[in-house]
Design a protein around this ligand. Structure first.
Ligand SMILES: Cc1ncc(COP(=O)(O)O)c(C=O)c1O
Length: 361
């Protein structure tokens, strides 16, 4: 009998490891490994989610009209050019499924988000990495890596796990330099934590080869519920909708996300607090002898002397009940990615890192 084999590329996929969330025998653990909102979801979103419990027997809307209108109103976008998915992961997946297959290349940056490689491989396409310059997206290396097979180019701006970003002019240069038939995907999972950046909407509006993805998992504190969205040219959104499951989002997801995006005051408060504590934590770590690049997101990429020191600090933080993220799988084994928590969490991190460095002096 012929062996039953999966499609090309699937067995090359390494399973995604989520951030750890508990430590055996400890109840005072702070999880700073998945870039979640330390303040949780908006109370209005939680209420909307609870109300949805009364409608569990009803199928959800297939076109997500009400959520798309809300996103459109809040961000000043045309709702007809928005698609909603099970996290922005699902939008990334749709893009690869729709636009890349065997023989095609999917390009992303050296320390780019792992889902680009996973989704490209799942579609049978070839994942290709372009070097960054000192942990910053490099448009020149991306353009140099393009060829006639390049179908998708993923750039997270700000990037995870580096926290760095590039400016609008560089993004426009990238979009304009891509070969015909290649689509630029601006992953905006962390856009809400930046200042003076539209997330790429102007670029999407002025080009026909740019798509933007966004999420409710970070600023909106809905990572556990799984909702993301994409915005792009009408014909591309139409393509993605054809492969989207008709009921990919539940009533509860749709209701909670709509309430979350409409609660602008809560979102603004969380973003302001993130910026305040991000600057504070970066300074405190630098004073302790642990540098980081200026972060534009809700985490800090703390740099250590080498892999051994980063691993030892990770173990030290665990002893102190603090779970952060090792990022060896992002080719940054000498770094730890630390989510910016609330003030007390940031103070605990700073105290623990300082004590760790003093213990080795
Ligand atoms: C850069 C980037 N893009 C996309 C995602 C996916 O987020 P979600 O699927 O929760 O919307 C993440 C999550 O960590 C991310 O860091």
């Amino acid at each position: 009998m012929a062996p039953i084999t999966p499609q090309q590329g699937i067995m090359d996929i390494e399973l995604y490891q989520g951030g750890q969330s508990s430590l055996p025998g400890r109840s005072d653990v702070v999880k700073l490994s998945s870039n979640e909102n330390p303040f949780g979801a908006s109370p209005k979103s939680i209420e909307a989610y609870a109300r949805a419990a009364h409608d569990l027997h009803r199928y959800p809307s297939t076109d997500h009209h009400s959520l798309r209108v809300a996103i459109g109103e809040v961000h000043g976008l045309d709702p007809d050019r928005i698609i909603c998915g099970v996290g922005s992961d699902e939008i990334i997946h749709f893009l690869c499924q729709a636009y890349a297959g065997p023989g095609d290349e999917v390009l992303y940056t050296e320390h780019g988000f792992l889902m680009y490689r996973i989704s490209a491989s799942a579609a049978g396409a070839t994942p290709v990495e372009a070097k960054e310059r000192e942990r910053v997206t490099d448009v020149d290396t991306l353009l140099a890596a393009c060829n006639g097979n390049t179908k998708l180019v993923f750039v997270a701006n700000p990037n995870n796990p580096t926290g760095t970003m590039i400016g609008g002019n560089e993004l426009a240069r990238l979009a304009d330099g891509l070969p015909d038939g290649a689509l630029l995907v601006l992953d905006g999972a962390y856009v809400e934590f930046t200042e003076d950046y539209d997330g790429g909407t102007a670029l999407v509006d002025s080009r026909d080869n740019v798509v933007m993805t966004r999420t409710f998992s970070k600023l909106y504190g809905l990572g556990g519920l799984r909702i993301g969205w994409g915005y792009g040219p009408r014909d591309i959104i139409d393509v993605l909708n054809r492969i989207r499951g008709p009921f990919n989002l539940s009533n509860a997801q749709l209701a909670a996300a709509e309430a979350a995006v409409r609660d602008r005051a809560f979102a603004a408060k969380c973003a302001t607090e993130n910026r305040r504590m991000r600057a504070w934590l970066a300074d405190a770590l630098a004073e302790a002898g642990v540098p980081s690049d200026t972060s534009c997101a809700n985490f800090i990429l703390a740099r250590f002397a080498d892999t051994d020191e980063a691993t030892a600090c990770d173990a030290w933080l665990r002893e102190a009940g603090l779970i952060v993220r090792q990022v060896g799988s992002y080719k940054l084994p000498h770094c730890l990615r630390i989510t910016v928590g609330d003030e007390s969490a940031c103070r605990r991190v700073a105290t623990a890192v300082r004590a760790f460095k003093e213990s080795r002096a």
